[in-house]
Write a protein of this length. Structure first.
Ligand code: DX5
Ligand code: ZN
Length: 228
């Protein structure tokens, strides 16, 4: 199933509830929450209080992408705030298996993220325990960057591995996913599509989301295209 995970990083925070509602009307089914600490990435955003506010205004699953060092220290806070999925970067986790287990122990769905320059092979051992693998298609830290085409090979490789190993983790892609890039991303094998700047735009959010999803579904192989 192809799903749109809209990134609130590109939304108008002063009208967050309306922004989320507009993206949901357009067909978005996951709220993507970009947490940045100013250390792992050169930008700062928000943390568990934002998740708590979102939890109060939407029933959609909250997908927290932690671009932070020492994620273990914050897992219980994200759980208490109402997060449904938490993904951590391979590059910051010395004990990746332990961190993913900690997320699962808190009854959230664990995901692992790799930067554009990090090889898929670094994940082989943890693939059986993750709900999703998030492939960064830009260097993390900012919205509105250009999609890096070489990451398409990583998506395709992950889809192949999933088949070969008989696993069922989902493949999420994040960064520069827009109307002109989404078809390639889906063709490569992604099924959770993160998009921020291609979705949020005053007065056009609902339409943007709807059009992006339609393009994605049109590019999908049959088994991915169905809704629900
Ligand atoms: C980048 C974030 C992304 C970002 C995507 O570090 O992880 O989720 O918000 O933004 P767009 O869709 O504008 O590239
Ligand atoms: Zn993200």
């Amino acid at each position: 199933m192809i799903e749109l995970a809209f990134s609130i990083l590109a939304s108008d925070f002063a009208h967050l509830a309306d922004e989320v509602a507009a993206a949901e009307r357009g067909g978005g089914t996951i709220v993507h929450v970009d947490v940045m600490d100013g250390h792992f990435v050169p930008n700062i955003t928000f943390g568990p209080p934002m998740v708590k506010s979102l939890r109060a205004v939407t029933k959609l699953p909250l997908d927290c992408h932690l671009m932070i060092e020492r994620p273990d220290d914050f897992i219980s806070e994200f759980a208490a705030a109402g997060a449904d999925m938490v993904s951590v970067h391979q590059e910051v986790c010395r004990h990746l298996h332990r961190t993913l287990q900690l997320i699962a122990d808190h009854k959230m769905l664990p995901g692992v993220v790799i930067n554009p320059a990090t090889p898929v092979e670094t994940l082989i051992e943890v693939l059986p325990m993750v709900h999703h693998v998030l492939v960064m298609s830009v260097n993390p830290g900012f919205g509105g960057q250009q999609f890096l085409p070489f990451t398409l090979n990583k998506i395709a490789y992950l889809a192949e591995l999933r088949e070969e190993l008989g696993l069922n983790f989902r493949i999420e892609v994040d960064g520069g996913v827009a109307h002109d890039t989404v078809a390639q991303v889906v063709e490569a094998g992604a099924d959770m599509l993160v998009a921020g700047s291609a979705v949020f735009c005053p007065g056009k959010t609902e339409q943007n989301a709807r059009e992006l999803l339609a393009l994605a579904r049109a590019a999908a192989p049959d088994k991915l295209a169905q809704k629900g």
